[in-house]
Design a binder for this molecule. Structure first.
Ligand SMILES: Nc1ncnc2c1ncn2[C@@H]1O[C@H](COP(=O)(O)OP(=O)(O)O)[C@@H](O)[C@H]1O
Ligand SMILES: [Mg+2]
Length: 300
């Protein structure tokens, strides 16, 4: 079993993990149970370039029992851009991603210190409902994990859970178009999702994640199980998605990070964020010698 299989918290049987939906929420999408105005309480005024900051970690530490997986990580993720997390295996990339929508809650030994702010609100505050959070911050995993249902029902899943059933056909079509899958499946929406190819299944999982209209999409090595053609389709899609969503992607493929991301965060051993900057800067002229050694292939 690989590290990623061991640490993948979603085995495909948790229907809430990917559809980011669990209970109906007729009031919209607040993070908290009561009607606290999350937007209005925003304290995150910091910007990154010209883009607004959507997610921000401050001095984030994560431990699994007494093993420290992230060490004092502070970074600000800009809206409607692609931010890539790169670094060698075990440096904490998946851990960081799972902090953002509190998927680490599902790991008993995980403990989080420091702050992780989404639209200025600390997602670890007591009044934050993780289910509501995951509705606004969807996730796509390394191995495509469609439900054993039809293509249509996969995309409709989160909408049904949220009782957003009016104009369902249109919403399903829009999500499939947005995920660049519609043309391939429009005549077979009743077919089982499990009969699709791996690349199509992954685009279906992306359609399922965006059907409920999240603000952020987290992707943990979404193309690493796919062939080069399917990978290239996912990369094109990620570029399109950033027009509407904030995308945070973990990849161990440095060329992929260089191709698709606006910002790159480099994590190195010990869960340390060593450098975070515009992707061009990281790949052309990094400040840190260890980052240069890593991206030029001297280790990792
Ligand atoms: N569920 C878990 N239980 C215990 N340790 C874990 C778990 N998930 C990750 N770790 C440990 O945390 C560190 C960071 O892992 P991870 O975030 O998966 O790194 P990456 O995604 O960069 O490969 C590693 O030392 C790993 O062994
Ligand atoms: Mg990982």
């Amino acid at each position: 079993m690989t590290q990623d299989e061991m640490t993948d918290t979603n085995d495909g049987t948790d229907p809430t993990a990917n559809a980011a939906a669990d209970t109906p929420d007729p009031s919209g999408d607040p993070l908290v149970d009561q009607s606290i105005d999350v937007e209005g309480t925003s304290t995150t005024e910091q910007t990154s370039g010209t883009a607004r900051t959507v997610l921000e970690s401050r001095n984030l530490d994560v431990y699994y029992d007494d093993v420290q997986a992230l060490n004092d990580v502070s970074l600000a993720i800009p809206a409607k851009q692609v931010t890539a997390m790169i670094g060698p295996s075990g440096c904490g990339k998946s851990t960081f991603l799972r902090c953002i929508n509190r998927m680490n809650d599902l790991i008993d030994s995980a403990r989080v210190d420091g702050e992780l702010r989404f639209e200025g609100k600390d997602v670890y505050d007591d009044d934050v409902d993780p289910v509501a959070l995951r509705r606004r911050i969807g996730m796509v995993f390394q191995h495509p994990n469609p439900f054993p249902k039809s293509i249509y029902d996969n995309v409709a899943y989160g909408l049904r859970v949220q009782n957003q059933t009016e104009n369902m056909d249109e919403k399903v079509e829009r999500a499939l178009k947005h995920a660049a899958l519609w043309d391939e499946v429009k005549d077979q929406l009743d077919k089982s999702a499990l009969d699709l190819s791996g690349g199509q299944q992954q685009r279906l999982c992306i359609a399922r994640a965006i059907a409920v209209d999240p603000e952020v999409i987290l992707m943990d090595e979404p193309a690493s199980a796919l062939d080069p053609i399917a990978t290239s389709k996912i990369e094109d899609l990620i570029d399109d998605l950033a027009e509407d969503y904030t995308v945070v992607i973990v990849t161990h493929n440095m060329q992929q990070a260089a191709r698709i991301s606006d910002k790159t965060a480099v994590f190195l051993t010990g869960g340390e964020l060593v450098e975070f900057d515009d992707t061009n800067k990281i790949f052309e002229n990094p400040e840190n010698q260890r980052v240069e050694d890593y991206i030029t292939g001297k280790f990792g």
